[in-house]
Design a binder for this molecule. Structure first.
Ligand code: GLP
Length: 239
């Protein structure tokens, strides 16, 4: 794992955008893995600005998002589908048909997981996966205890994750209890991973990631086994 320390959230976002843009420009048709949450919003803002100013095109980029809440429709303002449209897709030239997010409204969620995992494989796998990290070390929605062998699957969200994400909802009660997430093995198959970490609320997770052994009790620890991981973290997260 290569760790790049930057001063603050803005610098993390700029640095990450430079990395993503270089990959898009150096590839005929990049497949990007995307994350949601507060952390990558700044990155997406930088990508939008670059698209407008420098004309970086996404016409040949395919995207796969890590996860989606079960029970939220595409129209729901808290769905990750809406998050991706308002924070990125609506502002760049990517055809929506090339963007992929698990459906939180599938009649058969288990079948939706299989379909999603197959789709990633059929697309040739993910070239560059953007990741954030939960305070408890989750990546995607892979909570502590998730098998390292897991593919895309249904998860029961922990109370700590629901509480951490409640800030986006009217109340804690409205935060879904389940989600579909790419599994640890799906994430580890990506050819490259870019993990973004910002703020003091992630300090403990960062410390565990650096110091602890690889264990299913701290999902992000598996990244130590991946051949190409870059962590861009700000000073507050690394202090
Ligand atoms: C959510 C998402 C993760 C994200 C994490 C951290 O649970 N499913 O993909 O990395 O939260 O979110 P934030 O960036 O808001 O701290």
């Amino acid at each position: 794992m290569k760790i790049i320390e930057v001063s603050d959230y803005k610098q993390m976002s700029v640095k990450a955008s430079q990395h993503v843009i270089a990959n898009i420009r150096n590839s005929d048709c990049l497949t990007l893995g995307l994350a949601t949450g507060g952390t990558p919003k700044g990155l997406y803002g930088e990508l939008i600005e670059d698209h407008h100013v420098n004309g970086t095109s996404y016409k040949c980029v395919n995207t796969f998002n890590l996860d989606e809440y079960i029970g939220l429709s595409k129209e729901d303002s808290n769905s990750y589908y809406q998050y991706m449209c308002s924070n990125l897709f609506s502002h760049i030239d990517i055809p929506l048909s090339q963007t992929h997010i698990p459906s939180g409204m599938a009649d058969d969620a288990a079948e939706e997981c299989r379909r999603y995992e197959n789709m990633i494989e059929e697309a040739g796998g993910i070239d560059l996966q953007i990741l954030g990290i939960g305070e408890n070390g989750h990546i995607g929605f892979n909570e502590p205890g998730t098998s390292f062998q897991s593919g895309t699957h249904i998860v029961e969200l922990t109370e700590s994750t629901r509480e951490a994400n409640a800030r986006y909802f009217e109340s804690l009660d409205e935060v879904p209890r389940q989600a579909i997430t790419m599994g640890i093995s799906s994430i580890m198959k990506s050819r490259e991973i870019l993990l973004l970490v910002s703020g003091k609320s992630k300090r403990e997770a960062m410390q565990k990631l650096i110091e602890n052994d690889v264990t299913e009790n701290f999902p992000a620890s598996i990244l130590k086994k991946h051949p190409k991981v870059t962590i861009i973290a700000d000073s507050a997260a690394l202090a």
